[in-house]
Ligand binder design. Structure first.
Ligand code: BGC
Length: 754
């Protein structure tokens, strides 16, 4: 009884404390807003980029300094370093009338100056602690560089590798994507936003951007509500549930209305249904782009966005230049402007900026915190654990330290392509190329290098990949000369390591490809190397799944390194030489060819399942239905064997729980980690169920010879889905439950929900 009373007291004091801080914030902001003119309120809704850093869009804001003085700017992005940020904050704090601090955002996507693997790479680790830690390091560095707002995590479910932005997200699966969304929000925001080493996170791009038709960037999206709710919305919602402080709208339409001006999306769903309390920012000029979408002129689209629930206008200045007029003409209301302004001021308040506008600006901290050996080590470890071993035959890997190695390929000694897309603060020159990394493990003389091929011989493609600096260098030698140099080297070596793939800007924003094979130049190189008969180890760098059936066939070993970040060369070498045993699993299926796209594991069944002997069954004439490499797939230097899984009962009621257990053994010669995966299938339900859905996973470390029982719990909420009334329900009936090491090789059991 006493205990109970104490508990009530503790709980009630926590609640009243929260109310107290909110009340304090509210009264502070109300007081401030009472002093603000209409222009100053509208000024807060304006987010600009002065173009002092890397441009991330085609327009750069003009007259920024003057606008800050006038109180016409709420925040800045595209700049960092204490010096620059201090200069801008000084303008607001010393020269504007009300001295409202600016907030400073940036695309901190996979690290800040210490660059981590691209997000699709980190997703391959299936290690939430590691991902949270990477976001933590990014926040530590970015906040030391003056920033307080990260335009991340990008959680768009993506099933079309033609879309270059698959590199920025976590792949095809809503469950894995949701877990990662939560880990990243935690990593950036920590538990206290006002600390000087945390950042306001921004989940993007709300919503459905990953479903752009034909994988062409910025293109139309059209999707049923049940698909939306069940498959595409969960990661955004998970970020909201985890307390993300801001949301960025997407460029695409949702139900025919651009997301940026879509009231159903930004208000009914996000705020009313999900209870989101933070601020919403547009994407880069996405308010203005609604003119091209056919939604009206600048005044009309700006009013549309504000009324939909948009708070901050990125770069386009439609809010700044038209909202006053719209208010006079009664096209928007004072309350709508006030509400948007209040939400931005609340974000600044939570960041602690009113208490200390210079909180994130500290030269000493920047010098001590950025690109430290510890951060580089964290990046190296994350990169090594993000790599996926796709093939390993003839015991080609790990490499022996004694042998003579021919290191070839256009990405083997190339600093310019190690970071991948969206490394806005990363300096390619600080990165470690593979040649340098491998030298740590080999005596000089045991490693010789030849470029072998250009990334591409297509000058047009090269030009497009070189927009942010040289990524593709076309060698003055002929392609044949380059290949023959590499072949000669291979012939006098024990093993060939070929580092091939995309240039980093061949994926990312505005980098859609209709052909997702390796460029011709590199395919020819691999064919020539194969003919030497030497063991051929291929290291693949890419920002998207590529169609590589031939490469998978001719390589003895194939290691998918993604774009591994600042420490790429070291991390790749750690894996190649077996210091780290690869443990990544694919977060996105790899197709045979682009014609299969979209191909993903959790498809809906058809009424005519695939049957090779039945003409009228669902299939292609020329390729299998299955991808070349399934979701969840990845090998290790050791082998894992799975015992027969057991389920604790055949029936479960709604309040009950079942356990599924399986013994996993490390049956090979190395210690290693395995991602044990749990999938479920609802056998009969009111809307056609996917063939399977990931519902759990555990990454376990097993020493050689060790066995471990891995246990999953099944409870009723895991069986829920959005039905055709968009109610989140479970339906009684039979379920299949499957466990295994990837989405294809699974052992199945079943149970009944009563
Ligand atoms: C991208 C966003 C990014 C923004 C600011 C846009 O083009 O779509 O992901 O955060 O630019 O750089």
């Amino acid at each position: 009884m006493k205990k109970c009373l104490l508990l009530i007291l503790i709980c009630s004091s926590t609640v009243s404390f929260a109310q107290y801080t909110d009340a304090k914030m509210n009264s502070f902001i109300s007081g401030l807003m009472a002093k603000m003119t209409l222009d100053e309120k509208i000024g807060q809704l304006n987010l600009v980029t002065p173009g002092w850093g890397i441009p991330t869009g085609s327009v750069v804001s003009k007259g920024v300094e003057d606008n800050i003085r006038k109180g016409n700017v709420g925040g800045l992005f595209g700049i960092y370093t204490p010096e620059r940020i201090r200069k801008a904050q000084d303008l607001a704090m010393k020269e504007s009338r009300l001295k409202i601090p600016l907030m400073f955002g940036s695309d901190v996507i996979h690290g800040h100056k210490t660059t981590f693997p691209i997000p699709l790479g980190m997703a391959s680790s299936w290690d939430m602690k590691l991902i949270e830690q990477a976001a933590r390091v990014a926040a530590t560095e970015a906040s030391a560089d003056g920033l307080n707002w990260a335009f991340s995590p990008m959680v768009d479910i993506a099933r079309d590798p033609r879309w270059g932005r698959v590199a920025e997200g976590s792949g095809e699966d809503p469950y894995l994507g949701s877990q990662i969304a939560v880990a990243m929000v935690r990593g950036y925001q920590g538990t206290d936003l006002s600390k000087d080493n945390t950042l306001l996170a921004c989940v993007k791009h709300f919503a459905l951007y990953g479903a752009s038709e034909a994988g062409r960037d910025y293109n139309t999206v059209d999707m049923s509500r049940v698909r939306m709710y069940n498959e595409y919305l969960p990661p955004y919602k998970a970020a909201v549930d985890a307390g993300v402080g801001s949301v960025m709208s997407s460029f695409n339409v949702v139900d025919g209305v651009p997301a940026t001006g879509n009231r159903w999306l930004l208000t009914d769903l996000l705020r009313r249904q999900w209870g989101f309390k933070g601020m919403v920012v547009s994407d880069y000029t996405s308010v203005n782009e609604m003119i091209n979408h056919g939604m009206g002129d600048l005044q009309a689209v700006s009013a549309l966005a504000l009324k939909a629930g948009m708070d901050m206008d990125m770069v386009g200045e439609g809010f700044l230049t038209t909202l006053k007029k719209s208010l006079q003409e009664k096209k928007v209301t004072q309350q709508e402007i006030d509400l948007a302004c209040r939400r931005i001021l609340e974000a600044k308040y939570r960041l602690g900026l009113f208490e200390d506008p210079y909180r994130y600006i500290n030269d000493e901290r920047a010098a001590k915190t950025i690109l430290t050996p510890e951060h580089r080590q964290a990046s190296r470890a994350t990169a090594a654990r993000s790599m996926v071993l796709l093939k390993n035959s003839r015991q080609a890997l790990p490499l022996q330290r004694g042998g003579a190695i021919a290191l070839v390929g256009p990405l083997a000694n190339d600093k310019n392509n190690m970071l991948g897309t969206w490394a806005v603060a990363g300096d390619p020159q600080m990165s470690v190329p593979v040649l340098e990394g491998m030298k740590q493990y080999l005596a000089t003389g045991n490693i010789r290098y030849a470029k072998g091929a250009n990334i591409t011989n297509d000058t047009n493609l090269a030009k497009k990949a070189n927009v942010f600096g040289t990524r593709v260098e076309i060698d003055p030698r002929t392609p044949d000369d380059m290949i023959s140099e590499a072949v000669t080297l291979a012939q006098s070596s024990d093993v060939v390591v070929a580092v091939v793939g995309e240039a980093s800007e061949m994926s990312g924003e505005a980098a859609s490809r209709s052909d997702i094979t390796l460029p011709d130049s590199q395919r020819k190189l691999l064919e020539a190397l194969k003919k030497t008969g030497k063991p051929l180890v291929v290291v693949l760098m890419t920002g998207r799944p590529l169609a590589i059936p031939r490469e998978l066939e001719i390589a003895d070993a194939l290691l998918l390194a993604w774009f591994a970040g600042t420490e790429a060369g070291n991390a790749i070498s750690d894996v190649l030489f077996g210091v780290v045993n690869p443990s990544g699993k694919l977060p996105m299926s790899f197709p045979y060819n682009v014609g299969q796209v979209p191909v993903y594991y959790s498809q809906q069944p058809t009424g005519r399942p695939m049957d090779p002997n039945n003409k009228f069954s669902t299939k292609y004439l020329d390729v299998p239905n299955e991808p070349l490499l399934p979701f969840g797939y990845g090998l290790s230097y050791t082998t894992f064997s799975y015992g027969k899984p057991r389920i604790s009962g055949a029936r479960m009621n709604k309040a009950g729980r079942l356990t599924v257990s399986v013994t996993v053994s490390n049956a090979g010669a190395y210690d290693g980690e395995e991602v044990v995966q749990l999938y479920l299938r609802d056998k009969v339900r009111s809307i056609s169920p996917p063939v399977k859905e990931l519902k759990g996973f555990q990454k376990v470390m097993l020493k050689k010879g060790e066995s471990r029982e891995v246990v999953f719990e099944i409870t009723e909420p895991m069986l829920r889905f959005y039905n055709s009334d968009l109610k989140f329900v479970s339906e009684p009936g039979d379920f299949d439950v499957m466990v295994g090491g990837n989405s294809k090789d699974l052992q199945q059991m079943s149970f009944t929900l009563q």
